[in-house]
Every structure is written in C-alpha cells, then in structure tokens.
Write a protein that binds this ligand. Structure first.
Ligand code: ADP
Ligand code: MG
Length: 334
C-alpha cells in the first residue's frame, strides 16, 4: 500500500525550538496540499497574520491541485490550455529550473505518476511498454507560455507536486512580512521556512530528520530568513515483490529515481527554488548534484546516501551541527 501518511509523518524537518519568550506567539495547523502544515508567528498581530496565511494556502491549493476539478492546473491538464497570469509566472520559473537541472526537475510527469498510481489507493508497477509510450509526452519544452496564455502539446500534462509547497512557502512568508511579522516559522510538511530570527535575536534551529527513523535527527541547522526543504523516499512509497517503489521519478526512465540517495535537503533563500532543487538533487545523485551546486552557487545541501553517509556542502560548515550519535558517517563535500 502506498503510505499516503502525509499527515504529521510527511513533516521531514522538525523544529527543535520554538522558545518561550516575551513576544506573544500564535500557532495554527492547516491542512492543504495533502499535507498537515504548522504556522507559528510572533508579534502582536500574529493571529490575524496567520489567518491571512491560512487563506492564502487554501487559495494556492485551489489553484495548483491537479485533482481539484476547478483548479487552473486541472483545466490546463484537461483542456490543454488555460489563461492564468499567476500559473504562467510559476511555470516560467519551473521551466527554468527544469533546464538548470538538465531535466531532473520535470513538471510534465503527470501521466507517468498516474500510471504508477502514486497518491491513490491502488498503486501498481506499469509495464515497460506503457512507460515507453508515455515518455515522449514528457518535457518542459512541451509547455508554451505567451503572456498569461498557457498551452500544452498533445498528451502532455503537468504535476506541480515537486514545487507547489515551495511556492506556497514563498507566498506565505511574503504575506507575513506584509502583515508586519518579522519572526515566524512555517512548516509545510518537509518544506520549512523561517522568517527573521527567533524573537530573542538568535537563529532558528531546525532539526533534519533521519530518513531511517523519523523520531531521530541527523543534525541541526542554525538559520535565519531561509528555506529548508527535504525530499525523501521514506514517506510515500509502496512495495511489490520485495521492491520498494517511491514517488520521486527519474524523468529519463519514468521509474523511481535510483540515485544512491535516501534523502536530499536543500537550504536556499528562495522557497520555490529550494523545493524544485531538492527534488532535482534527489534524482541527480551526489555527484551530479555536487556539480550543480558548484555551478549554481546559491544553495546549500545535505544528502543522505543509501550506504549510511551524510554529505553536506561547505557553506554549511558553520551552521550544520552533525548528530554524531546518529550512526552516520559525515563528510563535508570539498
Ligand atoms: P514531497 O512530495 O515529499 O514534498 P518532493 O518535493 O520531492 O517531495 O516532490 C515529489 C512530488 O513531485 C511527487 O509526488 C510528484 O508529484 C512530483 N515529482 C516526482 N518526480 C518529479 C521530478 N523528477 N521532477 C518534478 N516533480 C516530480
Ligand atoms: Mg520538491
């Protein structure tokens, strides 16, 4: 069975410390995008700001969920075209991220994901022929955008599961700032955003979950004004004949990515980039991801390999504290 346990289980990063402090704080749990989300803000207007943030999350869910009949994405997938300025802007960014990652991040995998039945109660392993027939319709170049007009080539459908929460995290943080909030933490289930510092002026501390045991962590990140997004294969998968099939697809094969990684965490000042890159880095594996890191230069990452190593980039040398009791071997990527 596919473990759709996207509830609390999908929260890949946990916050160690939402300290008690002088400033009033307010928390809210929101269910959107198939995920339980937790929003915490500090300051006297925190309650109103979080109400606005919740409304924004539901609005974005209604725009981007391809399974909700009235959404812009559902219309696009059904009719092959739609007009939406907001969706066009997001797709322009998604296409750029696809090209930056050499197609590892790929937003046109919807028919392939559907063939596998990920996200349904009846997942299955498609035949080779079925996948080969679907792959020609995969490719970000099959999406054309002219102003707010979006069109898909025949057979192509989009799925924004690898980027929607990151985009939502950016939108919510921007909205909180607009509402006068300067200290907040949002956890959109594996996509964490921290605004400012803790109210006492010290950095937020974000625990990165151990992919082998969600109650443990592999280390703690100190961070301010940043997004920390994890893609992992230990929440959404199914098993058949002893083989584990998970929901992060290698667009080159149409099958679960086999890159030697079990989780990829990306740390970046932009939530949309962090989300797409975490998925892409997972598909690329450590070596290609490191080459991407050297080229792009605007993100950091923590990778967990299937042979028990935690690899982290050099920009994290001062902000990532490995948990030496976790049993993993830690290596800073040179
Ligand atoms: P999570 O869903 O756990 O937040 P990700 O951000 O990595 O994890 O997104 C995985 C989702 O993205 C899948 O459920 C699917 O909808 C979509 N997806 C799968 N493979 C890819 C890929 N190679 N590129 C972009 N999106 C993908
Ligand atoms: Mg992602």
């Amino acid at each position: 069975m596919l473990r759709r346990g996207s509830l609390c289980a999908a929260v890949l990063c946990v916050l160690l410390c939402l300290c008690a402090c002088a400033q009033p704080s307010c928390s809210r749990t929101v269910y959107a995008m198939d995920t339980v989300m937790t929003l915490t803000a500090y300051g006297k207007d925190a309650d109103g700001a979080l109400a606005a943030a919740e409304a924004e999350l539901h609005r974005l869910d209604a725009l981007l969920d391809r399974h909700s009949g009235s959404s812009a994405v559902a219309s696009l997938d059904r009719d092959g075209q739609v007009s939406s300025r907001e969706l066009a802007d997001l797709l322009i960014r998604a296409k750029a991220l696809s090209s930056l990652t050499d197609g590892a991040f790929e937003l046109t995998l919807a028919p392939v994901i559907e063939a596998w039945g990920f996200g349904t109660d009846a997942p299955r392993v498609p035949e080779d022929a079925e996948l080969s027939a679907l792959l020609p319709a995969v490719g970000a170049d099959r999406i054309s955008i002219d102003g707010e007009q979006i069109a898909l080539a025949p057979g192509t459908q989009i799925d924004l599961g690898g980027i929607a929460k990151g985009h939502a995290a950016d939108a919510v943080c921007a909205l909180l700032v607009q509402q006068g909030i300067s200290s907040a933490v949002i956890d959109l289930g594996g996509d964490v955003g921290v605004l400012g510092t803790k109210p006492d002026g010290t950095p937020w501390r974000i625990a990165v979950k151990d992919p082998a045991d969600g109650s443990q962590h592999i280390g703690v990140l100190s961070a301010a004004d940043t997004f920390v997004v994890t893609s992992g294969i230990y929440e959404r998968f199914f098993e058949q004949d002893g083989v584990r099939y998970h929901h992060i697809i290698d667009p080159a094969t149409g099958r679960s990515a086999q890159s030697g990684l079990v989780s990829a965490t990306v740390i970046c000042a932009d939530g949309t980039d962090a989300d797409a890159l975490s998925t892409a880095v997972f598909v690329m594996g450590a070596e290609r991801a490191h080459a991407l890191y050297e080229t792009v230069g605007s993100f950091e990452m923590i990778l967990v390999t299937d042979d028990g190593r935690v690899l982290y980039t050099k920009g994290l040398a001062d902000s990532f504290e490995p948990n030496r009791e976790s049993g993993y071997a830690y290596e800073e990527l040179a």
